[in-house]
Design a protein around this ligand. Structure first.
Ligand code: ADP
Length: 373
């Protein structure tokens, strides 16, 4: 893919379902809890749950993992199955549109099997209701027939462990959230943790990566291992073609400039969202849907892929009337923020703006609703 100037562009958010992407991701996934970098709290809590279950010879409680894309939810689900020495079955909310789809999946599970349901918040309502009973009593009621003559046939299920993943725990209905015995919230990774992940991945991919090179890539990876690993592969390509194959700080920096990843890690979509907000809508407030149309993306992609990082970096903020660009956001595009923009007071920078927006608990469904369009 190339732009109007003929520069090579990488798809900033390639579909992880892309077969090549999946193969490399699989090769780089840590296989045991001890191999996992960062997420100390979740790792420790999970390790206790798994050890306890193993000691008792019972299946562990159902586990809900929440966090932005690429932080390790699928990896953790695979590790849970591996640590339990149990088979793993993978499906996702959007694939389960009818209760029958879920019944078919659940009744095939063997004892102790781990069922990973990605994007669990996107499951259909009837399937969700069936899941309540399955999680609590290991039973499903299959409805046969229609109307007044319909009968529910109860079917026992083998005890299993559900690992649900969601990018937004606040979107899950309370009754579903309550049925998980443990909820682990995955945090963004520090630069030091990302450097460790990069060094590990470089070893597995046979890439010669210097310490400074790792630091340069880590600083632009938006706190996300998937992005770090992806940038490493792009930088490796550049190093092999344009340099002597060694990823130094200079090589990493030159490569990332070609791929349009800026010094703070913003890529094309992130910058598109920020530019739309600043240049087309005068800094906002603007609704999510309007921004999504302006950048030609689905509202969900903008909300789940671009916005979490822009909020965290303090470049944009949510208000009850929509998204606004902060002073730091204007400055990031090389523009002078208008008087009165968030964080525009002399000396205030991005983190201050970020602190101001934390007044809103964006994981609370009610606030979520009030803050959305
Ligand atoms: P999610 O399911 O949250 O979208 P994944 O589990 O698919 O994220 O992780 C994406 C990639 O990031 C995987 O290839 C994995 O190798 C890497 N990764 C994620 N978390 C970690 C971690 N804690 N340590 C090392 N690598 C990680």
């Amino acid at each position: 893919m190339s732009d109007e100037l003929g520069r090579t562009m990488v798809d900033a958010h390639p579909d992880p379902a892309d077969p090549d992407e999946r193969i490399v991701e699989a090769a780089l996934r840590p296989k045991q809890l001890s191999e996992l970098v960062g997420q100390e709290r979740v790792r420790e809590q999970l390790s206790l749950i798994l050890d306890g279950a193993k000691r008792r010879g019972r299946v562990p409680d159902h586990v809900l993992l929440s966090g932005s894309p690429g932080l390790g939810k699928t990896t953790l689900a695979m590790i849970i199955a591996a640590e339990l020495n149990a088979p793993l079955r993978i499906s996702s909310g959007p694939a389960i549109q009818h209760a029958g789809d879920l019944a078919a999946l659940l009744t095939q599970l063997s004892e102790g099997e781990v069922l990973f349901l990605d994007e669990i918040h996107r499951m259909s309502r009837p399937a969700e209701e069936m899941l309540y009973l399955a999680m609590e009593d290991f039973r499903v009621d299959v409805i046969v027939g229609k109307g007044p003559g319909a009968t529910a046939i109860p079917l026992d299920l083998a005890p299993f462990t559900l690992v649900g993943a969601t990018t937004r725990a606040g979107l899950l209905p309370g009754p579903l959230r309550d049925r998980f015995g443990f909820t682990g919230h995955l945090e963004f990774y520090s630069a030091a943790e990302l450097e460790r992940i990069l060094v590990r991945s470089a070893g597995l991919l046979d890439v010669h990566l210097t310490v400074e090179g790792a630091a340069e890539i880590a600083g632009r990876s938006r706190g996300t291992p998937r992005i770090a690993n992806r940038l490493l592969r792009r930088v490796r390509d550049f190093a092999e073609v344009k340099a002597d194959g060694i990823v130094t700080k200079q090589v990493a920096s030159a490569a990332l400039a070609v791929y349009e990843v800026d010094a703070q890690g913003l890529d094309r979509l992130d910058r598109g969202v920020l530019e739309a907000l600043v240049k087309r809508f005068g800094g906002g407030p603007v609704g999510l849907t309007t921004i999504a149309i302006a950048v030609g993306e689905e509202p969900e992609t903008v909300e789940e892929v671009a916005e979490p990082f822009l909020f965290r970096a303090g470049l944009i903020a949510r208000t009850p009337r929509g998204r606004i660009a902060t002073a730091a956001g204007w400055r990031h595009l090389g523009l002078t923020p208008p008087v009165g923009s968030l964080g525009a007071v002399a000396g205030q920078q991005g983190p201050v703006a970020a602190a101001s927006i934390s007044l809103f608990d964006v994981d609370d469904p009610d606030v979520e609703q009030a803050l959305s369009d």
